[in-house]
Design a binder for this molecule. Structure first.
Ligand code: 5GP
Length: 407
């Protein structure tokens, strides 16, 4: 017998954020940069324990370094040498300091351009990276494309993701790109993250790349978030089944979870398991983005809102005096035919091709979003993005805005 979950699941349009007393007097006092520590990805960094790099004290109890007696440590105080305190350190030779594998950290504004071929592009990266926002590159870029882009834009390894599907050839291509291009993020992306091969692929990528931040999705429920983090070795789970602006999954399959509830449930699961989430899809305005952070998202990914600008591919089209650009889902017939030459007849198109209003310079849209987010923070007393969820109380509403004068 089919089961019914009785508790209503909510979307962005079902709620507003309740204002709260705040000590923040100005939007400029809000810090949108966030430092995030990842559970699985490891980085080699200077050891904090022995403070070698700051005051030349090397604490051998930190166990992070085996010292070669040929290394010169003149000027270094060595503590905790145990019974080997009579060690003599002949010189000369260079000692590079004590290093340890620690959890990888990332600092930036946790907003990500979707890995769609209209938004996950080097031109979008060029704009977003200036704000320390991330671009998930679409998976059709080749190694040559990355090399050319690196020569042109000097790609920052922290500010873009290399995307991959889950086939053998995807794994090989990922390896080719990462052997030549320095990037700290891998985004493993399939439409239905509930299949077993997906978790297996994530495990394989984790084993191969212990130092990378692995993003994987999409899913929209607690148990799959936990599975990906605990068994798949994933750092960040991408959450969203069906909310996308160019998505028709819910129409074609009847499957999906309203995005606000999906974010609340999945962020709770992820944080309990030591992971993070990206809320992916369904953002239509800066207020939706604030609600996504309020619901517990660590990162927010957007496609449609980052599309339609000068920096996006394609020509401006004019229809009855109005200007548009083309935007389409990556599972749309249009995308399939563009990248694979055809759409297989055993599958239905789960994406739309749309004309969206031409918006000019992407920098203006970004200022609008960041300005909106800062303002949200001042309304609820949040000093940073990290504080938004702690300061958020949602109120259920039947109406979002006054439409009286809107045509
Ligand atoms: P948006 O910000 O435009 O609302 O949503 C972007 C997200 O929609 C993408 O990151 C991706 O997860 C999803 N998406 C992109 N193309 C398609 C598609 O063709 N079908 C479906 N179901 N989802 C898509």
């Amino acid at each position: 017998m089919p089961k019914i979950e009785r508790e209503p699941k909510l979307d962005f349009t079902n709620v507003l954020i309740r204002p709260k007393r705040s000590t923040l007097s100005s939007r400029s006092s809000v810090n949108l940069n966030r430092k995030i520590i990842f559970e699985h990805a490891k980085q080699l960094s200077e050891c904090d324990n022995c403070a070698y790099s700051t005051n030349n004290v090397l604490d051998l109890s930190c166990n992070h370094v085996t010292i070669d007696k040929n290394e010169s440590l003149s000027g270094t105080t060595i503590v905790n040498t145990g019974c080997d305190s009579s060690i003599e350190w002949p010189s000369p030779s260079y000692f590079s300091g004590c290093h340890a594998h620690t959890n990888r950290t990332w600092t930036g504004i946790p907003i990500v351009a979707a890995n769609m071929d209209t938004t996950g592009t080097f031109e979008v990266y060029d704009v977003l990276s200036k704000q320390r926002m991330v671009t998930a590159m679409h998976k059709f870029y080749t190694l040559e494309d990355f090399k050319e882009a690196h020569a042109k834009y000097n790609l920052d390894p922290d500010l873009f993701m290399v995307s991959s599907g889950i086939s053998e050839s995807d794994f090989v291509k990922l390896g080719n790109i990462l052997s030549d291009v320095q990037c700290n993020w891998i985004c493993i992306d399939i439409a239905n993250g509930y299949i077993k091969q997906f978790v297996d692929f994530c495990k394989r990528v984790r084993l191969q790349y212990p130092e990378k931040i692995i993003v994987a999705g999409n899913v929209a429920t607690r148990e799959m978030v936990e599975e990906l983090i605990i068994n798949g070795g994933v750092d960040v789970v991408k959450v969203g089944i069906g909310p996308g602006s160019a998505c028709t999954t819910r129409i074609k399959t009847g499957v999906g979870v309203p995005q606000l509830s999906a974010i609340i449930e999945c962020s709770d699961a992820a944080h309990g398991a030591g992971g993070r989430i990206i809320a992916d899809g369904g953002i239509t305005c800066p207020g939706d983005m604030a609600k996504a952070f309020g619901a517990g998202a660590d990162f927010v990914m957007m496609g449609g809102q980052f599309a339609g600008h000068d920096q996006n591919p394609g020509e401006v089209i004019e229809v009855e005096g109005k200007q548009y650009k083309t935007f389409y889902g990556m599972s749309s017939q249009h995308a399939m035919e563009k990248h694979y030459g055809k759409m297989n007849n055993y599958r239905a198109s789960e994406g739309r091709k749309l004309k969206i209003p031409y918006k000019g310079d992407l920098n203006h849209t970004i200022s609008d979003y960041l300005g909106g987010l800062r303002s949200t923070c001042t309304y609820i007393g949040a000093e940073s993005i990290k504080d938004i969820s702690k300061c958020t109380t949602f109120v259920l509403v039947t109406q979002q805005v006054n439409q009286h004068f809107v045509n």
